[in-house]
Design a protein. Structure first.
Length: 127
């Protein structure tokens, strides 16, 4: 169960953030065994004053086209799966949306299965 947050600067294309989400979801399905319909995302656009980044951290030249992607998911994926996910997202965004590879910032947050409730106050994965 991934929960995805995507944050970008305001974009002229009102569907741009949604398109990013579609690439992320396809990448999760292809690399992390995420099932159909397991797609939960929050898409945010920000003005310049609310979108902060270092333009050269780790020697990577970033621009205002930066895309922040934070994915919360169950712990237990391998390092290889994570690396494949990062590559799939970056390649997909670059190919489909002309996003610079340097402008894709991904953070994974791993949690135990009992830390989810999908509704009704139940811990569906804990049972």
């Amino acid at each position: 169960m991934p929960f995805v947050r995507i944050d970008i600067r305001k974009n002229d294309d009102p569907l741009f953030a949604k398109k990013i989400g579609e690439v992320v979801y396809r990448s999760l399905k292809a690399t992390m065994n995420v099932p159909d319909k397991d797609n939960f995302q929050i898409l945010n656009e920000h003005d310049a004053g609310h979108f902060i980044y270092d333009p050269a951290y780790f020697g990577i030249a970033r621009t205002d086209g930066l895309v922040y992607i934070q994915i919360t998911l169950n712990e237990g994926r391998t390092l290889d799966q994570k690396k494949r996910l990062y590559k799939a997202i970056v390649e997909g965004l670059h190919t489909e949306l002309a996003t610079r590879k340097e402008d894709v910032f991904i953070s994974l947050v791993e949690v135990k299965k009992e830390n989810w409730s999908f509704g009704n106050g139940d811990a569906q994965y804990a049972d």
